[in-house]
Design a protein around this ligand. Structure first.
Ligand SMILES: N[C@@H](CCC(=O)N[C@@H](CS)C(=O)NCC(=O)O)C(=O)O
Length: 272
């Protein structure tokens, strides 16, 4: 099986897919993605993860996980029962759209060259995450994993909860003891260990990486969270300074790929 994953250990969505692939025991190779424009623009939004399986290209982490289950049903990431499937998707989506919006936004200040964090943002992150941690705690109180058996929901949530702990956004061990228990279990799984190792290797070699620390792709839900917390003017300043990396529009990152496919070259020519 010729599976290639375009991956960055900085990306929670890539971490989720890599962990899920290891859990399923699928062999794959990694294309390490420091600069997305160095890749053929397989994804029109120029985002990772991207899974390439011979002629098939799959973008978006949840779609990749669903594809993997169809490719290889053993160690299923989603249950076949309809109601249980909906439950897994609910928690996966909570991770992808809510946990990510907060944790990855704050994480941007740890790797990128950004002006100081706007006033109140860290407090807002703590406040909004606490609500999400309460929901996770309530669920994990009587579930070993988020949806009973380990599933896509756990692989989606784990990178955010683990990174949150490293970014000063840790849950409260007294109030959220079952998150603590679950995090420990996830960390000690083989997929958790290789996820941690990949992050460690990346930070150890940070200086040799060509990741764009000047411009940030804020992403849909992250930007929504930033704006919802009143930081419109701050963001507008970043746009004016050309510090924003876009996934759409005339300056879309996909159009910047030096080896862009035909559709991107046509779009680039039209927009100039
Ligand atoms: N909904 C997508 C989101 C993927 C995403 O936001 N990827 C980020 C990294 S975490 C990205 O590639 N951003 C473009 C960039 O950093 O240039 C998924 O689940 O795969």
């Amino acid at each position: 099986m010729n599976l290639v994953l375009c991956y960055s250990p900085l990306s929670p969505f890539c971490r989720k897919v890599r962990m899920a692939m290891e859990f399923k025991g699928l062999p794959f190779s990694l294309v390490d993605t420091d600069r997305l424009e160095d890749l053929p623009a397989w994804n029109p939004r120029a985002e990772v993860p991207i899974l390439i399986h011979s002629e098939t290209v799959v973008c978006n982490s949840a779609d990749i996980l669903a594809y993997l289950d169809r490719l290889s049903p053993q160690a299923a990431l989603y249950p076949s029962d309809a109601a249980k499937f909906a439950d897994v998707r609910t928690w996966e989506r909570m991770a992808d759209t809510q946990l990510d919006a907060i944790v990855t936004t704050i994480g941007n200040w740890h790797f990128a060259d950004l002006p100081p964090m706007p006033d109140g943002l860290m407090q807002a992150a703590k406040r909004d995450l606490n609500t999400l941690y309460d929901r996770l705690q309530e669920r994990l109180f009587d579930h070993e994993y988020l949806c009973g058996d380990i599933s896509a929901a756990d692989f989606a949530a784990y990178p955010h909860v683990a990174s949150g702990a490293a970014l000063g956004l840790k849950f409260d061990a007294q109030r959220h003891p079952d998150i603590q228990r679950w995090l420990k279990v996830m960390r000690s799984r083989p997929e958790g260990a290789s996820d941690a190792q990949a992050a460690k290797d990346w930070w150890a070699n940070k200086d040799s990486k060509s990741v764009d620390t000047e411009r940030i792709n804020w992403g849909t839900f992250r930007l929504e969270w930033l704006l919802a917390n009143g930081h419109t003017d701050w963001f507008a300043g970043q746009v004016r300074l050309a510090k924003v990396l876009w996934s759409c529009g005339p300056n879309s990152n996909a159009l910047n790929s030096p080896i862009a496919p035909d559709w991107a070259i046509a779009a680039r020519n039209q927009s100039r």
